[in-house]
Design a protein around this ligand. Structure first.
Ligand SMILES: Cc1cc2nc3c(=O)[nH]c(=O)nc-3n(C[C@H](O)[C@H](O)[C@H](O)COP(=O)(O)O)c2cc1C
Length: 377
């Protein structure tokens, strides 16, 4: 039996262990979130690109799979809400820029033998659930997601990016616990002022959109800036030693992404899980080539093509329009050379694909061992 590992967030979130599955777009599915919650952690759905219908379906499915608390993670980026005012086709400079980028993607696909008839990953996801044409990452899209989160009274809401301030009254009225992911002390201070419950300090080691500040330096500085708000540490925490280190730095738990990507239940493809197992700590790179924001991903021919190119990736959300057909074709063709996926620097510690419950149990045991056996006088 796994020994207890209790901190303040266990009581706050009504969970056994202070280990939270990070919201990972598409990868943190109902199956994975429920598996983590059932094993005593907190499963969080990676619902960033779920339109309202799919989001409601995911919440329903999660409730069918677990009676434990779970969370929903979406993005609320202010910059994207501002950009939404600019028409993609109506602004001449943007139009020219899109043309050049589309031509770049087209010639990349030809050069790499990719099928350009594959449907876009994101539009496919939205159309499947019949979401009547909401533009991904547009202001109406975010608003519709938040309406579902409020209506469904989810136990936990996590803003992976941005400030949930406008929704706090409704979330609090539902007793939804609110988590915000930040990469700098000033962002932590901003979100703390709207009354959130938990801050995630996510450092440069992390998979996905991350901070310029390293995890080791970021955690204690965010902890020091938060008076009554517990901090979860994120970025490169891929086994129990990382949990122990995070607790030593003042965090009350961890927010884990990449290590759970290699779970049997994770919503990525088997060839991508194998790529994680095969990767080392040197296999990732920060690239804007997929979303337009700096994002830690596994190095690939796509990221390298952009490094060599004189074109700069477009800002979010436009770069996704360029990369989406390429990623879809790569996934459909199982092209690990083009899109092995998004991951953090901790992946060198991932040695096998295993059930999420086993991964979680190892985190807990490894943390307890590290905390008990350091043996330094
Ligand atoms: C495949 C993948 C997808 C991600 N997608 C999202 C997302 O949609 N929303 C979000 O808030 N963070 C996202 N992240 C970041 C994670 O929530 C988390 O902060 C990060 O994975 C922690 O670092 P680690 O990967 O080193 O554990 C993603 C990370 C990965 C690896």
């Amino acid at each position: 039996m796994t020994e207890p590992l209790k901190t303040s967030v266990c009581e706050l979130l009504n969970i056994e262990y202070p280990i939270v599955l990070a919201g990972m777009g598409g990868a943190s599915t109902p199956e994975l979130a429920a598996a983590v919650s059932n094993a005593g952690g907190l499963g969080v759905l990676g619902a960033a690109s779920c339109g309202p219908t799919r989001l409601r379906n995911w919440i329903k499915r999660t409730r069918e799979l677990t009676d434990k608390p779970f969370g929903v993670d979406t993005l609320l980026p202010a910059s994207v809400r501002r950009q939404e005012q600019v028409s993609v086709t109506g602004e001449p400079q943007q139009e020219r820029s899109l043309d050049a980028h589309r031509a770049f993607a087209q010639s990349f696909m030809e050069e790499h033998g990719l099928d350009n008839q594959v449907n876009s990953l994101n539009s496919e996801a939205i159309e499947d659930d019949n979401d009547d044409g909401l533009v991904l990452f547009s202001e109406p899209f975010f608003r519709a997601q938040m309406e579902v989160i409020v209506e469904e009274r989810v136990p936990v809401y996590a803003a992976g990016l941005g400030n949930p301030g406008p929704w706090m009254d409704q979330l609090k009225a539902n007793d939804t616990k609110v988590i915000c992911v930040v990469g700098a002390v000033r962002h932590a201070v901003q979100v703390a002022s709207v009354g959130i419950d938990i801050v995630v300090a996510q450092g440069h080691d992390a998979g996905g959109h991350n901070s310029p500040v390293g995890t080791m330096a970021l955690i204690p500085q965010v902890v020091d800036a938060m008076v009554d708000i517990p901090v979860l540490a994120a970025g490169g925490i891929a086994d129990g030693r990382g949990v122990a280190a995070a607790l030593m730095l003042g965090a009350e738990g961890v927010w884990v992404g990449s290590a759970f990507l290699a779970a049997s239940e994770a919503g990525i493809y088997d060839f991508q899980k194998q790529a994680l197992v095969d990767a080392t700590e040197e296999s990732t790179v920060i690239s804007k080539s997929i979303t337009g924001k700096p994002c830690r991903v596994l190095r690939s021919s796509w990221t390298m093509a952009w490094e060599k190119s004189e074109l700069n990736p477009l800002p979010m959300p436009y770069q996704s329009m360029i990369s989406d057909p390429v990623m879809a074709a790569a996934v459909s063709g199982q092209r690990v050379d083009v899109y092995p996926g998004i991951a953090g620097q901790g992946i060198g510690m991932i040695k096998a694909v295993r059930p999420a419950a086993d991964i979680l149990a190892d985190y807990v045991q490894g943390a307890r061992l590290a905390l008990a056996n350091r043996g330094i006088d």
